[in-house]
Structure formats: structure tokens, C-alpha cells
Design a binder for this molecule. Structure first.
Ligand code: GLV
Ligand code: MG
Length: 335
């Protein structure tokens, strides 16, 4: 699967990070975006740390050009001043072909690399983008004497990126996961929408006209890409995420989009507004009734093999594995 004859396993310098063998297992149900150039927002971070699984300092889109350097400085200040505990600390760096991408990594890893868990890289088009970030992080970690490797998360938001999704997922042992970026992806594909994620009233189940026609249900515009992304990620041992939902006033549609992603295998989603935090926590934590049923399956088949009936439903080795997915997630939530 993954090709690993890489420098990651031959540390460049004494004190360089240990080889990465497995992803840390942690809850990442919501990746909460903070604009670090805004002092009022930075001030909320110590509180946020207790409410979310991941705090992300956003340096890319939505940060005005004139605030790019303040956002970088603000992130460093916020990272130094805050005790994150079990809460993840990520950045979304600027694009690799932008005037800021390189300095984002050099300055942030140099100043607070030991606190940074994950670098989210936007507009990833192929494995080459990940290789570049991987090598650069290796240099910066070696220079800073880092004690742990910083992981890399790709945003899947260009048609080229979707075409190369499997290669991106396997591009480096640093790969943490991938998020769907529906806004940039829509633009890149020439989709005719101004929405950020979610459904569209014009994209519907097609049916023949006439009696019995049921043409009113919407289809999920993002189903194909989420499915491809989940398969690429799971086949590579990394995590898949749904990205942003832009209509903060429509909590129902946000929940529906998150729920589809959860059901299809995603571990979490981005939260851009405080109102979305509770939605993500609810959706990406397994349903207690389902967990109770899953635990009954595990208890009925202690070695995970054979076939039993529970409440009239057939259980076997495969449903044992399904149950294990839910029970393991519930264990993490309850820990
Ligand atoms: C996220 O970055 C998006 O483009 O949807
Ligand atoms: Mg984007």
C-alpha cells in the first residue's frame, strides 16, 4: 500500500521526530475555525478549548490579504498563550502557490511547532503537493528539534485533486486525513451554485412524469466525492471529514449534511460558527440506542465469529465488525 522508503524513517538530525507508526486515536468530531487576526476571537480560545475537539487557526480563505501577517502572528500568540490539553491544535495554511504559504510553515513551526498537531493544506491537487509540505516540515522539525511529527491534512477541493485522491491519501506517512471543500470544488468543477455545501433545490431525483412520479426529493450533491474520499482515506489508514457548511441560519440542513457524511464514514466536519459545534457533537457521536444494540452484538459473539439472531436480525462476522466501529467510537466519546 504505502511506499515507505522515505527520509521520514531516517531522521535528518539527532532529536528529529520518531518515525510515525500509527495515527493518534482521538476524537475529531468538529474542527472549529478561528480567525486568529481578530483579538476578540482569540480571547475566546481558552473557553473554546473546553467545547471542541480541534481548534484550527485559519490563515487562508476568509482572511483578508491585508490581515494575513496579523493572522499568522495572532496564531502564534494564541498557541503560546493557551493550554490545549487533549484538544487538537491545527492551522489551515495558505495555498502552496500563494505569497504566504512558505512563511506560514517556517514561522509557525519555528515558533510553536511542538504545540501544532496538524497542518491543513488547501487546494491539494496531487501527491507532489504533499511531498513538498512533508519535506519542508522535516527540515523545520529537525531545525527546531521537534519531539513529535506534525501531521498533514489535505483539503479535497479541486477537480484535479479528486482525480488524484488515492495518490494524495497515500502520499506520506504524515497524512492525517482529508476534508471535502465543497465551495472551491464547486468552482473548480464549474458547478452552478453559490452555496457552501449542502443540497440544492435544482438537483433532484429524476422521475418520469405522470401518476406516481416522485420528483420532489433532493439528491446529495456531494455524495460521489464523499464516497470517493472515504474509500481513498480508509484504504490508506487515514481519516475522512466533511468540510464547511456555509448557511449558518439553516441548522437543519447543516445537520442533514453532517449526518450523511457521518453515516458514510466521515469522522467529523468543520464548524465555522458556534451554533454548529453542538450539531457536530451530536451527529458525530454515535446514537446511544445504536451503541446499546452494537454492544449486544459484541457480547453475543465474544470471538467475533459465527452467526446469532438478535431481535430477529441476523448477526455474523461482518455485523460484528460494524458493531465494533460504533462501540469503539462510543468508548472514545465516553472516555
Ligand atoms: C473550503 O475550503 C471550501 O472551499 O469549501
Ligand atoms: Mg476552499
Amino acid at each position: 500500500m504505502m511506499k515507505l522508503p522515505r527520509r521520514f524513517f531516517q531522521p535528518l538530525a539527532i532529536g528529529a521526530p520518531e518515525p510515525l507508526r500509527a495515527l493518534p486515536v482521538r476524537l475529531e468530531r468538529m474542527i472549529h475555525f478561528v480567525p486568529p487576526h481578530v483579538e476578540k476571537m482569540r480571547a475566546k480560545v481558552p473557553d473554546l478549548v473546553r467545547q471542541v475537539d480541534v481548534v484550527l487557526g485559519n490563515l487562508e480563505d476568509a482572511i483578508p490579504v491585508e490581515a494575513k501577517l496579523d493572522a499568522r502572528r495572532g496564531f502564534i500568540e494564541m498557541a503560546k498563550a493557551t493550554e490545549f490539553g487533549e484538544t487538537g491544535l491545527w492551522i489551515r495554511m495558505n495555498a502552496l502557490n500563494s505569497p504566504w504559504g512558505l512563511d506560514d510553515l517556517v514561522e509557525i513551526v519555528g515558533a510553536v511547532g511542538d504545540k501544532l498537531d496538524v497542518v491543513m493544506v488547501p487546494k491539494v491537487e496531487g501527491a507532489w503537493d504533499i511531498h513538498y509540505v512533508d519535506q519542508l516540515l522535516a527540515q523545520l522539525e529537525a531545525k527546531a528539534g521537534a519531539r513529535k511529527p506534525i501531521l498533514v491534512h489535505a483539503i479535497l477541493e479541486t477537480a484535479e485533486g479528486v482525480k488524484n485522491v488515492e495518490e494524495i491519501a497515500q502520499a506520506s506517512p504524515r497524512m492525517h486525513g482529508m476534508s471535502l471543500g465543497p465551495a472551491d470544488l464547486a468552482a473548480s468543477r464549474g458547478m452552478k451554485t453559490t452555496r457552501v455545501g449542502g443540497g440544492h433545490p435544482d438537483y433532484r431525483v429524476l422521475s418520469d412524469p405522470g401518476e406516481g412520479a416522485r420528483g420532489s426529493a433532493q439528491q446529495d450533491l456531494w455524495h460521489y466525492t464523499v464516497a470517493r474520499m472515504v474509500d481513498a482515506c480508509m484504504a490508506s489508514g487515514i481519516k475522512a471529514f466533511y468540510g464547511p457548511f456555509g448557511d449558518f441560519s439553516d441548522t437543519e440542513a447543516c445537520e442533514a449534511q453532517f449526518r450523511n457524511a457521518f453515516l458514510m464514514g466521515c469522522a467529523g466536519a468543520w464548524t465555522l460558527h458556534p451554533s454548529q459545534i453542538a450539531i457536530a457533537r451530536r451527529v458525530f457521536s454515535p446514537d446511544p440506542d445504536e451503541v446499546a444494540f452494537a454492544r449486544r452484538i459484541l457480547a453475543a459473539m465474544p470471538d467475533g465469529t459465527g452467526a446469532v439472531m438478535i431481535d430477529g436480525k441476523m448477526q455474523d462476522d461482518a455485523t460484528w465488525k460494524q458493531a465494533k466501529v460504533l462501540a469503539d467510537l462510543a468508548d472514545l466519546v465516553e472516555a
